[in-house]
Design a protein around this ligand. Structure first.
Ligand code: ZN
Length: 417
């Protein structure tokens, strides 16, 4: 199809039309703010006593500057075996696969083993305030009976070299996400003249606190998801990725650039990102502020906060500007078996492994409802493709063959979920 949509609402309505065209009853929901459109449709399964599966994608994308790109970022150009454009991997690829399969199922009269709720959402890229989080808070009825969910940033392949010279494709299923918390530090002290003796200086205090946080290295903590991933990686490669490995973060780069994500899930991080204080060179200001981007592992929030309190000292206060909890589920059960079966049916050498995402997705919102969330948007990728760099990157693109593979795997999975 060649229609063009502009903005979330337009795109959501287009999706709703495509679903209605084949017989779905859809619900279009604007989440408290005009233009932030979300679309829901439900496909009845054969066993209504089983919990429903939520299949969620987001329709928004991050901006792109056309002059930086090889093709227009909103052209959807197909060239050199790739689909190019903003959202190609984050996550119009999955949106396209899901929409195509939802339509096919309705046309075929396919009845999945359980109810499937298809959700096409707004605002994920800005934290889901006007998408998933708003819906969970104001329209929990849309998720009635949902026990499990699949969404983005998982299911893609990582090709690793085995000791016998062959390769193995690991399919990374997201089972956990670090928390995403932005913290504001404030120091209130005494204002004064810049030429006088002055011991109570807000700028000095905040700068020292920021420096201590920035230099602090949090302890290595093996969560279940990360431990299982590293064990599988060691088994396949014959290399040592145990927690005892010196400088494990650096050692991980033997698997390629994906180490940028995996390495960030070994410990909490707190990166200072903003500083502000003062308005004139000879005025000592009364207040100084800083913002710290904190990414905390599942189960670590209390210890993390205790460490931060020690680092900032008694004269600096802290508050959360944004606080989204980490979550983690186990890599087991029928749904995980169905993912593995679907992958192996289309890639006999494939192996699914759990992993933790260092960032955040809409899964954080659904986990609040007690839903078990997984990242499973299957793609078989060429071994040399720097997949992580494509997310929000210039020349974002996805191999056509990867989407064909992903659609087949997702088709198999949803028929057996
Ligand atoms: Zn995304």
């Amino acid at each position: 199809m060649s229609e063009t949509t502009v903005g979330e609402a337009d795109c959501a309505r287009w999706v709703a039309d495509r679903l209605q065209e084949v017989g779905y009853a859809t619900e279009y929901v604007e989440s408290g703010m005009p233009g932030r459109g979300n679309v829901f449709a439900r496909l009845a399964g054969s066993d209504p006593t089983r919990g429903a599966l939520l299949v969620h994608v987001h329709l928004d994308v991050v901006p792109a500057q056309a002059e930086d790109w090889s093709v227009h970022p909103f052209s959807g150009a197909v060239r050199d075996g790739f689909v190019w454009g903003r959202g190609a991997v984050d996550m119009k690829d999955m949106a396209g696969m899901v929409l195509a399969l939802a339509r096919q199922f309705k046309r075929d009269g396919t009845v999945p083993p359980r109810d499937i709720v298809f959700a096409f959402l707004a605002d994920e890229e800005a934290g889901g305030t006007w998408g998933s989080h708003w819906l969970v808070e104001h329209r929990p009825d849309l998720f009635e009976g949902v026990t499990e969910a699949v969404g983005e940033v998982g299911g893609f392949s990582l090709t690793v070299d085995r000791p016998d010279g062959t390769v193995r494709r690991l399919y990374l299923v997201e089972t956990a996400e670090k928390g995403l918390s932005w913290m504001r530090l404030t120091c209130d002290a005494t204002a004064g003249h810049g030429s006088f003796l002055h011991t109570d200086n807000a700028v000095t205090e905040i700068a020292a606190a920021v420096a201590r946080i920035g230099a602090h290295k949090f302890p290595l903590v093996m969560t279940e998801s990360v431990a299982q991933f590293l064990t599988a990686l060691s088994e396949e490669t014959g290399l040592d990725f145990s927690p005892e490995t010196p400088d494990l973060e650096t050692a991980l780069f033997k698997i390629g650039n994906l180490a940028r994500i995996i390495g960030a899930t070994l410990r909490d991080t707190a990166n200072p990102t903003m500083l502000s204080a003062g308005y004139k060179a000879n005025v000592i200001p009364q207040q100084a502020e800083a913002v710290i981007d904190c990414r905390v592992l599942p189960g670590r929030q209390k210890e993390f906060e205790a460490t931060i309190d020690e680092l900032i000292g008694p004269n600096v206060t802290r508050e959360w500007i944004t606080h989204l909890d980490a979550y983690e589920t186990t890599f087991d059960g029928d749904l995980v078996d169905a993912m593995n079966d679907a992958v192996v049916a289309h890639d006999a050498d494939g192996r699914t492994v759990p992993y933790m995402l260092s960032g955040g997705t809409d899964a954080k919102a659904f986990a609040k409802l007690g839903i078990r969330c997984f990242g499973f948007a299957p793609l078989q990728l060429p071994p040399d493709l720097d997949f992580a760099a494509l997310f929000h990157g210039v020349d974002e693109r996805v191999p056509v063959e990867s989407i064909v593979f992903g659609t087949r795997v997702l088709d198999h999975f949803l028929r057996h979920c």
